[in-house]
Write a protein that binds this ligand. Structure first.
Ligand code: ADP
Ligand code: MG
Length: 339
């Protein structure tokens, strides 16, 4: 199976800016290695500030990586010609969290949707009209919405329009960076289901990003768990949900009330994530981890394979029992739309 996108040991360091008072560089992504296989949904989950949107920006080639490589179907992004780069941007689309800032308020919906096709410059007016019609129906919006402006729509409808715009020219990859986080809970499920059915119909590769483990689990084929700019656990969804080995994954499960870990007495989430200005030595999760030892506080674990396709960055992954009950718990406590 080919990889739509592959990140190899990607690091992103921001040199000092005003917000970093002492002028120290901030190491935001550290050795991030992951792949998005053709037709799958890779979930990227981690709390706010963990580096998810920075990963999006690296893949979108909006900024250069500090070190490491990103490949699109085997082609290194940094070695693309202008023509290849243009093709890349046509094929890699994104939907961001905020549906209120992502649509130009002065444009009619039909023009917003048609814009990527006009820019691509290879479709006739009639073809564009047809594609706009088709995509509106595919995202569940009435045809006469074409003539209206973004301000006439709710958050959920705007996000449907943003999804329609991203998909109108059949991209290879759709990056969904917290696409439902800003929406009312009542419409989140609808948008999630729409994304799922579109993916099943088109086989577009997705990178689905969220801080919410339940929604990531709902949509993803495989899941990468990110903490402080590192991938700390990586596995197919079933393996991750039933056999997660990293204490941070356990915390994410717990904070989403997906799995009840109380029996294991898991506490420790009250401590804030580490600072980029004063990064800790050792495992960055150690200060929040009830299982941390002296070794964890002095040495940083690397991501290592614990079974086929399952990687964990934790020294104690085979010693600690993160939960008594394995498997089958997710659906019981999942949000409504997952059931
Ligand atoms: N341009 C920048 N310069 C310095 N630090 C940045 C910059 N952009 C993001 N960061 C920092 O990188 C970290 C990760 O941010 P981000 O990727 O947006 O996280 P997430 O999307 O997971 O919430 C945060 O601590 C943020 O403050
Ligand atoms: Mg973000």
């Amino acid at each position: 199976m080919s990889n739509t996108i592959e990140l190899k040991q990607v690091n992103k360091i921001y040199e000092s800016k005003a917000i970093f008072k002492k002028g120290k560089p901030a190491h935001i992504l550290k050795d991030v290695t992951l792949e998005i296989r053709e037709g799958e949904t890779l979930g990227l989950v981690g709390e706010s500030g963990s580096g998810k949107t920075t990963t999006t920006r690296m893949i979108l080639h909006q900024e250069p990586v500090t070190s490491g490589e990103i490949y699109y179907y085997g082609k290194n992004l940094s070695e693309m010609t202008k023509e290849e780069e243009k093709e890349y941007h046509r094929n890699v689309q994104v939907v961001f969290q905020n549906p209120f800032s992502s649509l130009d308020p002065s444009m009619k919906i039909e023009d917003i949707l048609a814009e990527p096709l006009v820019i691509a410059g290879k479709y006739s007016k009639a073809e564009i009209k047809e594609k706009v019609k088709k995509i509106l129906s595919r995202v569940g919006l009435a045809d006469d919405y074409r003539k209206r402006y973004p301000k006439e729509f709710s958050g959920g409808q705007r996000q449907r329009i943003a999804i329609a715009r991203a998909l109108i020219d059949d991209p290879k990859l759709l990056i969904l960076d917290e696409p439902v986080s800003a929406l009312d809970v009542s419409v989140r499920g609808q948008v999630m289901n729409l994304l799922k059915s579109l993916q099943e119909a088109n086989r577009t590769s997705y990178l689905f990003i969220s801080h919410d483990m339940a929604s990531v689990a709902f949509l993803s084929t495989r899941i990468a768990v990110m903490y402080f700019g590192r991938i700390v656990e990586y596995a197919d969804t079933e393996t991750l949900l039933s056999g997660y080995r990293h204490p941070y994954t356990a915390l994410l499960m717990k904070s989403n009330d997906v799995v009840n870990l109380d029996e294991d007495g898991y506490e420790g989430e009250e401590i804030d994530p580490p600072s980029h200005i004063n990064p800790p030595t050792g495992c960055p999760f150690a200060a929040r981890c009830p299982y941390a030892t002296d070794r964890c506080r002095s040495e940083e674990p690397t991501l290592a394979e614990v079974s086929e396709g399952h990687k964990v960055a934790c020294f104690r992954q085979d010693e600690i029992d993160l939960k008594k009950a394995k498997g089958g718990l997710v659906k019981e406590k999942a949000p409504e739309y997952m059931i």
